[in-house]
Write a protein that binds this ligand. Structure first.
Ligand code: CDP
Length: 796
């Protein structure tokens, strides 16, 4: 009889185990960067530019130097003497650390003061006299490419205009041919507004250079500590083994904590110069005004259609506003990230995408805010286009998607832009969603309501997205191949520690990685401790963003556990005095095939690894696995929203929201649900209320939480989650696909589609996000589309 352990009881795969990290988070005993105080520590504050575009005529820091308590004032000129005024970005561009020649966005770092405390440093910043000569600001891609536009990046020798890249992918000729055959061509023009990931904890670092050991330790808020170590080694020209990056607890990242920021570099240089620890903690406005923004793209597209509803081809063009420096991280092969993952869920024979990236006088943008390298923009365009096309054809929204989905038996499927999707049950997910929302009934109610002047709407968003970069053949950051790692040490009593190259920021890695070990080895999850974020102890990894942790680092955890199991099998054979071939495995135990009652537990094998190993066997039970995934993982989701729009005010209320997510095997269903709810909340915020815009002078409107709204429990609607469709990933060792960002990626289109569905018949084809009541009201009242960013209202 089997003596296998009950996997759910030991906290293995599928257990909704409570998050172990929460015991410190909810008690306020987390250890964030700002919680750390080192002996002799100084504090750094940054002086930021009030202007978006201006030449620097002079900087006089003499008064700041004289202020008691000030130890150092850093300016661009000083940085330049050490070749540190500029740094390379993660996208092969350069970025000013401290401005020398010009400031190029409002909030740009101009000088730093290092003092005994942050208040002295802040006061001293105000004593720095900067003489600016204002220049015209550029705040949109159209302005960037207009005739006579000032060249923002005149620091770059061959940069004669504001274009960063012109990139194309797909089959242009084939797409042209398909369009020539079309019965109908549906068009759409959209703007996905600039948004900010806005983690609750801002960015910060404590650099601690120890002269006697020549070692630099940096505690910092980074999602990718090993990448930062490599960047510091290259920028500061320090030997890599003398750099230790530690990411303590992180209060949310969402992509905002991937780039390298000037504050990190300045605190490091200050610590080296002063030979004392230097702490820099950004304030909220600093974070909102200067750190990695997302989106800010204009999307133009058209779809070639057959009259029966078959999609024949898609053509897309995007203009992306990257701000003053092209500094987001993305695979170097793909200039606009993975925007060409659009339409992967649909059987689209041919497509073509052109993309142009431009500089503007805004803070660097383009970070992957809870998404894989521009996938959010791709899915938003895709699902808005699907709705527009179905409406143009006079077809039912669900039917149009159903008939164009990649069918279950079409996998592996090559998408029109060349990705390979490998699994999914798209039709089934849609049916679950339609049933849950009561589709047919709602359509009837909608008709009846409309007859009485009430505007009800239903929006669908169905999407698959690529999660888990890379494989190393195609994905790299600055030439460093994308893979990930896990190291597992099983102690002699059978307790274990697992370390990965990922770095969670609240996703629950400490809980779920232990569950994978538990699933593979039968060691109870509570006996496995997880550690991430220290480059001196964790194996090299590319970090956590783009929902890549489960697909890559999680896979590495499974693979290293299997290596441990393979060695434990040899130990078991030795203990049971049989040959290895006669040993069988069941969860937590090896036994003799012919005598199942005779077995040894994984804990007994662990003890033997240190006390009774066979002759010739290397002692110990530990190993490391580097995992290079064969493909991305492709989760699928259906989000359906119903709304009522008040035609008198433009206010819209969510009546119901149904989410059907298929992320393959769920390691921890409760954590997965939390990820989905968080993503849907962000999706709702983007659709409903959030934008950061800029006036004509490039002043940032939205650098505080009065203007840039975060949804609270009060506004956020309830979500009905469904988990009944499970399509395991065929190549992931435990069948899991990523989930962290799906809802934030796919959600916005569902809300927008619902509001526009309510307005069907008014002639309104598009309202750009955010769908603020005044914009919806204007669309209804004047029966016109509302495009672009909400206008900036100034006092005068
Ligand atoms: O990279 P990131 O951690 O942001 O995203 P993820 O890999 O999608 O994982 C988010 C959280 O959900 C992690 O704690 C995962 O272990 C968990 N998860 C899960 O339990 N089952 C899945 N199939 C996917 C993720």
């Amino acid at each position: 009889m089997s003596q296998a352990l009950d996997e759910i009881k030991i906290g293995g795969l599928g257990a909704s185990r409570k998050r172990v990290e929460d015991s410190r988070f909810i008690r306020g005993t987390g250890n964030y960067t700002d919680d750390i105080t080192l002996p002799g520590m100084l504090h750094m504050e940054i002086l930021r530019s009030p202007l978006a575009h201006a030449r620097i005529k002079s900087i006089d820091a003499s008064k700041a130097w004289q202020m008691p308590g000030v130890h150092l004032v850093l300016t661009g000129e000083m940085m330049a003497t050490r070749n540190l005024a500029w740094m390379p970005t993660l996208s092969y561009d350069t970025q000013a650390v401290l401005a020398t020649d010009k400031v190029r966005f409002q909030g740009q770092e101009v000088a730093c003061v290092i003092a005994d405390d942050p208040y002295i440093a802040k006061d001293a910043c105000e004593l720095i006299d900067v003489d600016y000569e204002p220049l015209p600001a550029i705040v949109s891609p159209a302005q960037a490419v207009a005739e006579g536009a000032p060249v923002i990046r005149d620091d770059k020798e061959n940069q004669l205009d504001n274009v960063i890249y012109d990139w194309a992918v797909g089959d242009a000729d084939g797409t042209d041919r398909a369009f020539a055959q079309a019965d109908k061509i549906s068009k759409l023009h959209l703007h996905y507004p600039r948004s900010h990931p806005s983690p609750i904890e801002c960015c910060g670092s404590i650099a601690d250079y120890n002269r006697s050991t020549s070692k630099l330790t940096v505690y910092m808020t980074t999602q990718a500590p090993h990448i930062i170590r490599a960047a510091v080694a290259l920028v500061a020209e320090l030997p890599e083994h003398m750099i230790r990056i530690i990411s303590p607890d992180i209060g949310g990242g969402f992509g905002n904590k991937v780039p390298v920021y000037p504050g990190y570099v300045c605190s490091i240089l200050a610590s080296i110069l002063l030979e004392r620890p230097v702490k820099w903690i950004e304030d909220k406005s600093g974070n909102l005004i200067s750190t990695g923004f997302a989106r800010d793209v204009y999307l133009d597209g058209e779809m070639a259609l057959r009259s029966d509803g078959k999609i024949l081809a898609v053509r897309m063009h995007t203009d992306a506003d990257h701000g003053a420096f092209f500094s987001d991280a993305q695979p170097s092969k793909f200039k606009i990230g993975l925007m060409h993952s659009a339409f992967a869920a649909y059987d689209v024979p041919v497509a073509h995408l052109t993309a142009r990236g431009t500089y503007s006088n805004k803070a660097p943008g383009g970070v992957a805010y809870r998404c894989s390298f521009r996938v959010t923009e791709a899915m938003f365009f895709q699902e808005r286009m699907m709705q527009a096309a179905a409406d143009d054809l006079g077809m039912d929204q669900a039917e149009f998607r159903r008939m164009n989905f990649v069918a279950d038996d079409q996998f592996p499927h090559r998408t029109p832009f060349g990705f390979l999707t490998d699994s999914g049950q798209y039709g089934k997910c849609l049916e679950v969603g339609l049933k849950a929302v009561g589709y047919e009934d709602f359509r009837r109610q909608q008709e009846e309501a409309r007859a009485r002047g009430r505007l009800l709407g239903l929006g669908i968003s169905t999407m698959t997205e690529p999660l888990g970069a890379g494989n190393s053949r195609e994905y790299d950051i600055l030439g460093i191949k994308m893979f990930d790692s896990a190291e597992l040490k099983v102690h002699m009593t059978g307790k274990a520690i697992v370390r990965t190259g990922a770095r969670g920021q609240g996703q629950g890695h400490e809980t779920t990685w232990a569950q994978i070990v538990s699933h593979e080895l039968g060691i109870p999850a509570e006996d496995v401790v997880v550690e991430e974020g220290d480059t001196d102890t964790a194996p090299f990894g590319m970090g956590t963003y783009a929902s890549r942790s489960t697909p890559v680092a999680g896979a590495a955890v499974a693979m290293v556990s299997r290596k441990i199991r393979a060695k434990a099998r040899k130990l078991a054979a030795h203990l049971l005095e049989v040959s290895e071939e006669d040993v069988e495995w069941e969860l937590g135990r090896f036994y003799i095939r012919s005598a199942p009652d005779r077995g040894v537990t994984i804990q007994e094998c662990a003890m033997a690894a240190y006390s009774n190993m066979p002759d010739g066997m290397e002692p110990g039970l530990e190993n490391t696995a580097y995992y290079d995934p064969p493909n991305l993982t492709w989760p699928f989701a259906v989000y359906i929203v119903t709304v009522e729009v008040d035609p008198q005010t433009g206010v819209w209320d969510v009546l119901n929201m149904v989410a059907v997510d298929d992320c393959g095997i769920r390691i921890n269903p409760m954590i997965v649900e939390g990820q989905i709810m968080g993503g849907l909340t962000e999706a709702y915020a983007m659709a409903n209320m959030q934008f950061i815009t800029f006036d004509a002078e490039g002043n940032c409107v939205g650098s505080n939480y009065l203007d840039y709204l975060l949804p609270t429990a009060w506004e956020t609607p309830g979500f009905e989650l469904h988990s009944e469709v499970v399509t395991p990933c065929p190549h992931h060792p435990i069948g899991a696909k990523g989930i962290g960002e799906c809802a934030a990626v796919g959600g916005p289109a569902a809300f927008v589609n619902a509001v526009l569905d309510a307005l069907k018949g008014t002639g309104v084809r598009n309202i750009d996000m955010p769908l603020l009541p005044d914009r919806v009201w204007e669309a209804i009242t004047y029966r016109r589309d509302i495009s672009g960013e909400p206008p900036v209202h100034t006092d005068d």
